[in-house]
Design a protein around this ligand. Sequence first.
Ligand code: CP
Length: 359
Amino acid sequence: MPHHGAAFTLICARCNLPLAPLIVPPYSPLLMTREPSPSRPSETDAPAFQLPEFGLKHLLGIEGLTPREIDHLLDRAETMVAISRAVEKKRHTLSGRTLINLFFENSTRTQSSFEIAGKRLGMDVVNMAVAQSSVKKGETLLDTALTLNAMQPDLLVVRHSAAGAAALLAQQVDCSVINAGDGAHEHPTQALLDALTIRRQFGRIEGLTVAICGDIAHSRVARSNIHLLNAMGARVRVIAPSTLLPSGIEHLGVEAFRSMEKGLPGCDVVMMLRLQVERMEGAFVPSLREYYRFYGLNAKRMKLAKKDAIVMHPAPMNRGVEIASSIADGVQSVIFEQVEMGVAVRMAVMEALQEGAGA
Ligand code: CP
C-alpha cells in the first residue's frame, strides 16, 4: 500500500477515475475547502452548548483533519444522540436544504442513516436510484454530478467504487460533498461513528489500544480509522494474514501482527472487518473455513483481549467467516450501538459542513 503522498496511476477508461487507492497529502485542496462560516443556526435550534467554529465545506476523508476538528464533530454528534433518542426527533437547522444520496455501490447502513439524519435536520432528501438512472445508459459520473448540481442541492453524499471519486466531484459541484466510501480509500463518517462509540464506552480515545483485524488491504474503514485513532492518540494494531496486510502499513503509524494470538493481548477494542471480496482480484485466503480457523473472532480469542474490551464491526458481517455469532451478539459487542451513532454522526457532519460552507 502506498503511504502519505503517493500518487494513483490506474484510471478507469469509462468514468476517467483512479482505480487504485488514492492517497492525497494532508491539507491538499482536493480534500477540503476552508471558508468562513458567517451563518449560525437559529436560536431555537442552536446547539445545547457553544461549539468552536468549524470551517470545512466538504468531508472527503479523515486524513488531514485535526484532533480539534474531530473533537468538534464528536461533541456535536453527542448532542444529536439525545435528539435521536427523544420522542420528537426533528430539528430545523437545515430546513429547506436539499440532500442528494448518490450511491453507486450497495449500502444498508450508510445510505439509510444519511437519509434519516437529513430528515431529522429538516432537509428534503432525494435517494438517487442509480440502478434506474441514466448511468445505466452510459452517462459518466461527472455528467451525473453536474446534472444533479444544476438542481441546486446543498449536500451531495457519494459512494463509489473508485478511490478519489468524491474528491473529484467536490471540485466540480457548488454544494458540499461527503464521501460515503470511495473504493479502498476512505469512509470518514464510519470512522467518526466508530470513534463516538469508543468514546462513549471508555470516556476517551487517547491511550486505548485498538486492534483492527481482517482484510486491511481492501478496507476503507481500516484506513479512515487508522488516521482518526492515530490523530486522537490511540495505539493502533492491525492483524491480518500477510496476503491482506499491505507492505509498508507501518508507515501509517500502526503495529502489524500476522496472528490473532499475538495481536489481541492487551487490547481495549477489537474491530473486525469483512473480507472485501468485491474489491479482490484473485484469491487472498485459501478458503473461508481456514480463514475463520486462524482469524475468526471466537470466545477463546476474545479472552486474550482486556476483560472489559469491546467488539466492533462496521457491518455487513459475515458470521462464521470473520466473527462467531456468539461474539457478534454477545455482551461485549457494540455493533448495533455503532449503527445508532451513525445517524448522530451524520447529523453532526451535515450541520457542521453547512455552517462551514457559509450556507
Ligand atoms: N458500514 C457500512 O458502510 O455499511 P453499508 O455498506 O451497509 O453502508
